[in-house]
Design a protein around this ligand. Structure first.
Ligand SMILES: Cc1cc2nc3c(=O)[nH]c(=O)nc-3n(C[C@H](O)[C@H](O)[C@H](O)COP(=O)(O)OP(=O)(O)OC[C@H]3O[C@@H](n4cnc5c(N)ncnc54)[C@H](O)[C@@H]3O)c2cc1C
Length: 128
């Protein structure tokens, strides 16, 4: 239970850190769009360096897997009764499982992360 609690906090921290950093960059983009008469999309395109796709994919991958691990362990702890539809745990497990499937499966998130890592590595190689 302690490890599950720690992993849940780690996932929460990953998401909050990501969204905080996104807010910091996106809010100026919104303000610039209003000031310059451009679109938010135009302003966001000017941002260089931030790899939101990679960070988002990392957060979704980690949190989906933690959610599934937590739900699975809780079902194991409670035994057969947790598997029955009479109690909410079986739904929590299905709710956790779907996060590994929709909005980009865990494998697709991994594809995104490795693609970003290869690009980062290639651009660093070019600098040297
Ligand atoms: C309850 C529920 C709600 C949904 N809601 C929506 C919604 O609101 N809007 C919407 O658009 N869709 C929705 N979906 C669909 C969901 O996005 C898809 O189920 C999901 O994208 C996976 O696609 P698929 O089911 O066709 O599986 P497949 O693409 O057939 O994948 C099967 C397996 O192969 C793996 N795989 C597939 N391609 C690759 C690859 N290139 N590399 C590595 N592994 C791969 C997958 O990770 C998965 O494990 C929903 C699905 C469910 C079950």
């Amino acid at each position: 239970m302690a490890e599950l609690a720690a992993k849940t906090e780690a996932g929460r921290a990953l998401v909050y850190n990501l969204t905080h950093r996104m807010d910091e960059e996106f809010l100026p983009a919104v303000k610039n769009a209003l000031a310059n008469g451009t679109t938010i999309h135009d302003e966001l395109k000017k941002l260089k360096g931030a790899r939101w796709t990679k960070y988002s994919a990392e957060a979704k991958l980690f949190c989906s897997n933690v959610a599934m691990e937590v739900a699975d362990e809780c079902v194991t702890l409670c035994g057969g009764i947790a598997y029955m539809r009479d109690f909410p745990l079986e739904k929590y497990m299905r709710d956790a499982k779907i996060t590994q499937i929709y909005e980009g499966t865990v494998h697709i998130q991994k594809n995104e992360i490795i693609t970003a890592l290869i690009k980062e590595y290639a651009s660093k190689e070019g600098e040297e």
